[in-house]
Every structure is written in C-alpha cells, then in structure tokens.
Ligand binder design. Structure first.
Ligand SMILES: Cc1cc2nc3c(=O)[nH]c(=O)nc-3n(C[C@H](O)[C@H](O)[C@H](O)COP(=O)(O)O)c2cc1C
Length: 360
C-alpha cells in the first residue's frame, strides 16, 4: 500500500476493529473493588441533585467527556458529527481523536472545522500523539490544529504499548519529558497529558505535575486494550511476530482505579484528574470521582453507540446521567464535589496494590 494511504487505512481499521471485535482488556478497571457504603437515609431529594460543574472555563452539565476516538477520514467525519451534536445537546465536553493526519494532509482540516460548527458552545479538546511532538522542531504547526476546532485545550496522548505492537509503530520516546515541558511553556491553552488505556503511574504523574502540567487523563487498564486492537491488525496483516507480542501484552497496564489513586497521591490542589479507561456506567463515574478524579471520560462505548445512530448515543448518555444521579442519591451527595466525602471501602486486589505502592 502507498505510504500516503496508510494513515487513513489505519484510522478506519481502528474504528472497525473497535466496533466489531472484542477489544476489552482481560483485567477489569478494579473499580469493582471500590464499594460505596449505602446510605439508607440520604436526606436529599433526587430531583435536587446537581451534576453540573466548571471545566476548562466553561459550564458543563455532567462530568462526562466524550473521549478521544477518531477524526480525519470520511468515516470519522460521520461519527464525529454525531458525537459533536450529542456533546452540544447534553452540554458535555468532547475530545477529538488524533489530529496527526492534519499535520500531514492540511486539506483534511475541513473535517475538523465541522466539529466546532456542530458543537459551538462546549469545551472541545484537540489531540496529538507524543511521537509527533517529539519529532517537531518547533510548535508552529500546532496552531492550525488548535484553531481548526477552536480548541479549549490540547491533549497529548502517550501510547507506548500501542507503538510497540503496531507494525508501523514509532517507538522512539527519548526526550519526551523535555518536549512536553517546552510545549507546556509554549501553549496559550491548557495542556492535557493522557494515556490510552494503560494508565499513569504515581512517578509519571509526579514528574508531569512538577513540570507544570495541570491536567492528567490517566486512561487506565480495564476497557479498550490497544494491545488487542493492534493484535487484531497484525493478525490480519499476517504479521506473526507483532500478533504474538500483542497477545503477550493483552493485559498490560495499571488498572484505572489504581491509576486514579496513584495520581491523586501526588496531585497538587490545582491538578485536574480525568478518570478514564473502561468506565462504562454512571456508578463507575461516581466511584472514580470519589477516589480522586475530578471528571471522567469514556471512549469506545460512544463510538459503538454513534455507529448505530444518534438516538442510541443519546440514550447511552441519559443512562450514564441517571446512574450517576442514583449513585449520588444512595450516598447522600447533592453535588459532584460531595462525592469526595462519600464513604467507601477498598477491597483486594486494589487494596493490596495500594498497600504495596503507597504505604512504603
Ligand atoms: C477506535 C479508537 C480510537 C482511538 N483514538 C485515539 C486517539 O486518536 N487519541 C487518543 O488520545 N486516544 C485515542 N483512543 C483511546 C481512548 O481515548 C481511550 O483513552 C481508551 O480507549 C480507553 O478508554 P475506553 O476504555 O473508554 O475506550 C482511541 C480509542 C479507540 C477505541
């Protein structure tokens, strides 16, 4: 295949594999190890529960980000239209998928500008991979990435697991920290550093926070596994070695619950933690906020629902909101910040992990 077309093909492969195949990691998020203590006398009216909050300088109606998925191809355009419309309707933030394609093919910018047209008032987050940042001599090309969607922030994704398995993966991560620091100094909008399903550890979060990064999307293990996605692609390409490696690392990473707590343990007052990776219900959103996240993000399920139709997508968001409100009712929480005081118990294996990692 011509190199030109490779990136478009790869993006469409990711979408199709994520919709049609089981790409969930073997491990769970470990959020099931977090058990809220039931409150039989919550002393609030369910109708009065308020899940709105401020995020990136805008008022949003629920702590749910539509996570980074896809952009830059015709198929991506159709899906993004539905995602952007739903985000605008429910007044929740949207993080676009990697805009790398825009660096290489500037005429694809039209696919991106339409996203902002469909979602004029919500926070929209731009997205690029760390590999592109490492290769940049200066950051001028990022201006177009940001302006095309009038982004409120930009997320840089870390995907070493994917790059090591992907047949065409870019595995030079040398100098990444220095580049992130330079980018953080350069940007006029907030920088979000995000993982892609393998989680941020305490040390990585500590280094990023101390370098001045305020927003961390921990994207932990327990949902979409890029080892599984790339395993499937490598198999279809008859790439025996890469498919074997993909299979070996199907369960690699830090489960989402552990990653949130590790990051919270080194967070400053100003740090904003996005809890993501395998979040599938409003109860899991409530749990991730109770243990340290400020807001949550969900990726693959939104892709699946959007691929069906806008109605299914909207029903899924309504389900998440109802479950979140029920979780808050049953723990006596009227506002999102009250979840920080909700009572819960942490059971093994999460409790064992935390004993070994955080009580040294
Ligand atoms: C089809 C697909 C494409 C993705 N593309 C990107 C991307 O371009 N940039 C990014 O930061 N993350 C990307 N992700 C990762 C998600 O944003 C998220 O971190 C990960 O899937 C874990 O969340 P989930 O379990 O809710 O899917 C992608 C995920 C899927 C399923």
């Amino acid at each position: 295949m011509e190199k030109d077309k490779e990136i478009f093909q790869r993006k469409n492969d990711h979408i199709k594999i994520s919709i049609n195949e089981n790409i969930n990691s073997i491990s769970s998020t470990w959020l099931e190890c977090v058990r809220f203590v039931h409150n039989a006398l919550p002393e609030i009216n369910l109708k009065d529960i308020d899940i709105s909050m401020e995020f990136l300088g805008k008022h949003i109606k629920a702590p749910i980000i539509i996570g980074a998925l896809t952009t830059g191809t015709k198929l991506g355009l159709e899906i993004n239209k539905k995602l952007a419309e739903a985000a605008e309707k429910f007044q929740i933030p949207l993080m676009v998928g990697s805009q790398r394609i825009q660096l290489e093919y500037p005429d694809t910018s039209k696919y991106f500008t339409s996203i902002r047209k469909n979602a004029p008032s919500i926070p929209i987050i731009a997205n690029l991979g760390i590999s592109q940042i490492i290769q940049m001599e200066n950051f001028n090309s990022i201006e177009n990435i940001i302006q095309s969607i009038e982004a409120d922030a930009i997320a840089i994704h870390l995907n070493p697991l994917q790059e090591t398995i992907q047949p065409e993966g870019e595995t030079n991560f040398s100098n990444a920290m220095e580049k992130i620091s330079q980018l953080n100094d350069y940007l006029k909008i907030p920088l979000i550093i995000k993982e892609t399903g393998a989680g941020l550890s305490r040390n990585v979060s500590y280094n990023l926070i101390n370098m001045g990064v305020k927003y961390l999307d921990i994207s932990g293990l327990g949902g979409t596994s890029f080892a599984a996605v790339e395993y499937s692609r490598a198999k279809k390409q008859n790439n025996n070695l890469k498919s074997i490696i993909g299979n070996t690392f199907l369960d690699w990473g830090i489960p989402t619950a552990a990653s949130i707590i590790e990051t919270k343990s080194v967070a400053k007052n100003t740090t904003v933690i996005i809890g993501s990776g395998g979040i599938r219900s409003g109860l899991e959103i409530a749990k991730s906020i109770a243990i340290g996240a400020d807001i949550s993000a969900i990726a693959q399920p939104f892709l699946k629902e959007a691929f069906k139709n806008s109605k299914e997508l909207e029903s899924f968001i309504e389900k998440l909101i109802s479950e979140l409100k029920s979780s808050m009712f049953l723990t006596g929480c009227k506002k999102i910040k009250d979840l920080k005081k909700a009572e819960y118990v942490i059971l093994p294996p999460l409790s064992t992990w935390l004993e070994k990692r955080l009580q040294k």
